[in-house]
Write a protein that binds this ligand. Sequence first.
Ligand code: FMN
Length: 215
Amino acid sequence: MTFKKELANNNFSDVIFNRHSVRLFDPQVKIYRDELQEMIAQATTAPSACNLQSWHFVVIDTPEAKEKFKKAVLKFNYPQVNTASAIIFVVGDTQSHTVYREVWQKVYDDHKITKEKLDQIFGTFLPMYENATPEFLQLDATIDGSIVAMQLLLLARAHGYDANAFSGVDFKAIISTLRLDPKRYIPIMGVAIGKAAEKPLETTRYDSKTQVDFL
Ligand SMILES: Cc1cc2nc3c(=O)[nH]c(=O)nc-3n(C[C@H](O)[C@H](O)[C@H](O)COP(=O)(O)O)c2cc1C
């Protein structure tokens, strides 16, 4: 999919360092679905293991959808759900490898890799995923889904909005509430997006030196 590369806020330092979780939005602000699709397309430039792109998105942007969605959301997250222009719920796809051949075949057809490289990918990574345990596939999808969710948080700011990532949901119920197959998809997090209607908390961080070792 193609998308615009110009951004409303192209100041990376502002986008990343002035990002704070906003949990109360102006409920009058509407973000059109074209723009939400654009943000998602931009976010999916994220890297993923073997380029499997083990993610999927469910958009909640109407009062009716919010009411259904809230059945599987923990109450303390109602303020951002109630007031956000949209919530993009990111889920992980544990079956993404079933289209693996197509993804890499296209890369080869577009003359971006050699036939040897294609054969190497099909001979190594494909069997690894086909024989993987459910735990491996879930972990892989969790990592990919988290990375794309982070991109979404930043893209929301680059589009001039603010956001809150939230995983405070009923993990057992959320996938079927989103009308997806619980055997295939796993919850990652919701990203509530809108125009801020509160001054967010400026949280602090531990001194990273206390969290770093050099091997
Ligand atoms: C995986 C994840 C889950 C989170 N879940 C919630 C949540 O359920 N409710 C909420 O209000 N904030 C949630 N947050 C936001 C964090 O509380 C917030 O990122 C953290 O306090 C740091 O603040 P900052 O985002 O303003 O830097 C979550 C963040 C992440 C990354």
